[in-house]
Write a protein that binds this ligand. Structure first.
Ligand SMILES: NC(=O)C1=CN([C@@H]2O[C@H](COP(=O)(O)OP(=O)(O)OC[C@H]3O[C@@H](n4cnc5c(N)ncnc54)[C@H](OP(=O)(O)O)[C@@H]3O)[C@@H](O)[C@H]2O)C=CC1
Ligand SMILES: CC(=O)C(=O)O
Ligand SMILES: [Mg+2]
Length: 544
């Protein structure tokens, strides 16, 4: 793929082979003549809309979403404009195909369905050549890198280099959801090895076949990457995604005050949960500080969520010390409590006095939460008894089953509504279908960080700040919640409808950008009208 600014000298197959320049059958007769394409394409000259029609009919004939994913990735590798034209034409339909949950299947099968490389693969042995390796990328103006080690992909655990589907998919959402121009995006898989024995034994596995090194070595490799990325792509924003939980938290702490970076699983997830809770508070006419929150899963997502809920509680005038009281977390060994000797430094502040047997139902009976959030990777952890107990404790229990993909969700929408007698304010990481409960159609929320990070990305793309702070994610959360109108709240909806996703992300990005200008974080001049300025920067999938 080459920089479109240098395209004038390119001719013939080189152009057809470049997904950013290729228009396929849409090259005009004149373009075919000047670019040496005569005879290399069938004679009919088509419009972009006609090409979209063909893609849609191909997709209709595919037997399942994984095959549709493979077809669409193939399209993005051959004609980027057409790819984005298709997925931006109907985000509700295509989001679950290019991203969660289908991307989970694609990652599990990555080595088996691999056709063409996209992005950069760095291995730990290249550490001293990261600068030279990054310079191999043909485009110089990279504004976002999404980087994963594959150490914790969705709820699938460590799948090493197979995780590359996630940086690719996440960056596609910057464009598909928030129209960030795709030429500025670079997916990277940092291959530090994998603990996954089955993958290392798979002849078609494409990553290195070692196990991950010590934390100290991971720090050194990550340090070398951060230095190299900022040298090769000055001003680049590093988006960390799906690293092993402790790596994620440690490295965010290490870099957040030094580089332009964020961790989507920690900050993006926390923001979408805070948005959903803000709407739930309006529906229930209650405050954050009146809630008792129980989080199943005390890893990167759980800790990020707990920290941001505390920000919302503190905004209501509660002290830092008191803000911890309302939040309890559970990991695989049970309740995070003062009796535990194995807690990490991010969990310790949430250790309370209670000592309760490691059983979710018993913990709920004791703590009487108003809100139950699942980020545990454990599909089915919210059993019938658990949901019924939440419903007996609360008129409108808040139940978020956020683990991905679908079969890792702590419960389904149907279960949450049926077992709570239709009362649950429910959201999941994937979009479950509407549920008919006693003749009433209930629309489950989708609490997925894709409603947040593309908007943050767009705001960062426009305003070029030096750092990304948690405050920006809090602002994003309230900006999103403010877009759920009274009528939608009356219907129990926690998030705005995704059919107008671009407009929604632009609205959120505008609020974040305003915040950055107000707090002297933006490094560009404040425009008279922030929204129309942002709109003028949006990518539009048309042929030039
Ligand atoms: N909807 C969304 O937008 C998002 C959803 N997620 C989902 O959240 C899940 C967790 O992600 P993340 O926090 O980053 O992962 P981590 O690996 O960092 O954390 C997982 C946590 O769950 C705990 N856990 C594992 N099994 C159980 C169990 N049976 N009972 C109780 N706790 C358990 C782990 O405990 P221990 O450490 O002791 O093993 C750990 O505390 C994933 O499935 C991911 O897909 C994540 C980000 C965004
Ligand atoms: C959505 C997401 O980021 C995750 O499940 O990891
Ligand atoms: Mg993630």
């Amino acid at each position: 793929m080459s920089d479109s600014s240098s395209k004038s000298h390119l001719k013939g197959y080189v152009i057809l082979d470049n997904p950013r320049l290729n228009k396929g059958t849409a090259f005009t007769e004149e373009e075919r003549k000047t670019l040496g394409l005569e005879g290399l394409l069938p004679p009919t000259v088509e419009t972009l809309d006609r090409q979209v029609e063909r893609v849609l009919s191909h997709l209709d004939r595919k037997p399942n979403d994984l095959e549709r994913y493979i077809y669409l990735i193939g399209l993005s590798d051959t004609n980027e404009t057409l790819f984005y034209k298709v997925i931006m034409s109907d985000p509700v339909r295509f989001m679950p195909i290019v991203y969660d949950p289908t991307v989970a299947d694609a990652c599990l099968n990555f080595g088996h369905i691999f056709r063409r490389a996209n992005g950069i693969y760095l291995t730990k042995d290249m550490k001293d050549q990261f600068v030279e390796t990054l310079r191999n990328w043909p485009i110089k103006d990279i504004r976002f890198i999404c980087i994963s080690t594959g150490g914790r992909i969705l709820g699938l655990g460590d799948i090493g280099a197979n995780g590359m589907g996630i940086p690719i998919g996440k960056l596609q959402l910057y464009t598909a959801c928030a129209a960030v121009p795709p030429q500025h995006l670079l997916p990277i898989l940092l291959d530090i090895g994998t603990t996954n024995d089955a993958l290392r034994a798979d002849p078609l596995y494409l990553g290195t076949r070692s196990t991950p090194p010590s934390e100290e070595t991971v720090n050194n490799i990550a340090d070398a990457f951060m230095i190299a990325a900022n040298e090769v792509f000055p001003g680049v924003c590093i988006h960390f995604e799906d690293w092993k939980g402790t790596d994620a938290m440690r490295l965010l702490d290490r870099y957040r005050d030094q580089y332009l970076c964020y961790n989507d699983d920690i900050q993006g997830t926390a923001s979408i949960v805070t948005a959903g809770l803000a709407t739930a508070m309006q529906i229930k006419k209650e405050k954050f500080n009146e809630q008792r929150i129980l989080i199943l899963g005390a890893g990167s997502a759980g800790i990020g969520i707990a920290n941001m809920i505390r920000s919302a509680i503190k905004m209501e005038g509660i002290s830092e010390a008191d803000s911890y009281k309302a939040i309890h977390l559970i990991d695989i060994d049970g309740l995070i409590g003062k009796n535990r000797k194995d807690l990490n430094k991010w969990q310790k502040p949430y250790a309370h006095d209670e000592k309760i047997e490691n059983n979710l139902l018993t913990i709920i009976k004791e703590l009487k939460p108003t809100t139950l959030i699942g980020v545990s990777t454990q599909g089915g952890a919210f059993t019938k008894e658990v949901v019924k107990e939440m419903a007996s404790l609360n008129e409108r229990p808040i139940i978020f089953a956020l683990s991905n993909p679908t079969d890792h969700a702590e419960c389904t929408a149907e279960q949450a509504y049926n077992w709570s007698n239709g009362q649950a304010l429910f959201a999941a990481g994937v979009q479950f279908p509407d549920v008919n409960f006693k003749g009433k159609s209930l629309h489950p929320g989708q609490a997925n960080n894709f409603l947040i990070f593309p908007a943050v990305g767009l705001a960062v793309y426009a305003t070029k700040p030096k750092r990304i702070t948690d405050d920006l994610f809090v602002e994003a959360a309230f900006a999103l919640a403010d877009q759920v109108d009274q009528d939608a709240r009356n219907r129990g909806m926690l998030f705005p409808e995704t059919k107008n996703i671009l407009e929604m992300e632009v609205t959120t990005a505008t609020r974040i950008a305003e915040y950055m200008f107000d707090h002297h974080m933006a490094t560009v001049k404040r425009p008279a009208n922030i929204r129309s300025w942002i709109e003028s920067l949006l990518y539009n999938p048309t042929y030039s």
